[in-house]
Design a protein around this ligand. Sequence first.
Ligand SMILES: *[C@@H]1O[C@H](CO)[C@@H](O)[C@H](O)[C@H]1NC(C)=O
Ligand SMILES: *[C@@H]1O[C@H](CO)[C@@H](O)[C@H](O)[C@H]1NC(C)=O
Length: 300
Amino acid sequence: MHRCNERQRCVLNERVTPERCALNRGVSERLCQILIVTGSIFLAVFIMAQFGPMAGNLKRDIRNLRDSLNSIKLDVTIGLANIRKEFEKKLREKEIKLRICIFNDMKMYILKNLNESAKKIIKDAIDLYDADKTGMADYALETLGAYAEVTGDTESLEGEPPFLGEHPHSVQCMITPIVSPGHCWAFRGSKGSAVIHLVGSVYITAVSLEHIPAAISPTGEISDAPREFTIWGLICGGDEEKIHLGKFEYNKTGHRIQYFKMKDCKRSFSKIEVRIHSNHGNSVYTCVYRLRVHGFPNLI
Ligand SMILES: *[C@@H]1O[C@H](CO)[C@@H](O)[C@H](O)[C@H]1NC(C)=O
Ligand SMILES: *[C@@H]1O[C@H](CO)[C@@H](O)[C@H](O)[C@H]1NC(C)=O
């Protein structure tokens, strides 16, 4: 076997003329080119056939993925919102519970301390307002329903022209809580008497008589204050019976409220009589500012 180049092979094998050989070569080159182009087209078609649908799928998949992502995002957002809502709700509940607890604690604390402090406040207030008063119920208090009327030949000065800068007051003034200059039961002279209808039937233990202090009297003195006086318990019936409960003296230089203990008495009374026998020197009139009746009620 001997080798030959293209030209030699042509010449040897086919015994063609060199011209013919050259022509053959040209044809085969053209064929090669055609084959290459066709192959490329086939390859392209093949690639298109293989990957075209894939690309479409990929697009769809990406679209699906994006949709999924979007829906996940939405879910997450909704979820987070729900969690926040839930958290806020729990927080609110906790806060409310906490507030209630704090409020209850505070209430208990206040109540616990109020017991003592309230007592103190009340005591202080009473002490301040009523430091020198009896601290006992008054069964002759007009505002509770008691009433008074003058008796005998007592000449009340009510309705007469100005008196101590104020109009004189009736016997009712003796049983009202107001004790200010001129607000008294005023009667002419130094003797006077009145009956007081008490608030129910009362076992009387004491009476107290109050007069304004000289310091606040428009005249600078209290000669109009009652001095000697007597208390009787009145028993209602066919003939009114009087039980003597005591004779007392109001001290002009003593405390403005003076306290007089009754004789021990086993009876209860719904009416008493008070008789003023003298005053502290005023020759024109006498003033009774406040008479209180103390004791305990007969509830039967
Ligand atoms: C307040 O005091 C009274 C009597 O002292 C007692 O019975 C009551 O339990 C007390 N209340 C409080 C809240 O401490
Ligand atoms: C009147 O009260 C004053 C002062 O409290 C006292 O010094 C005086 O002895 C009292 N007078 C009578 C008669 O009780």
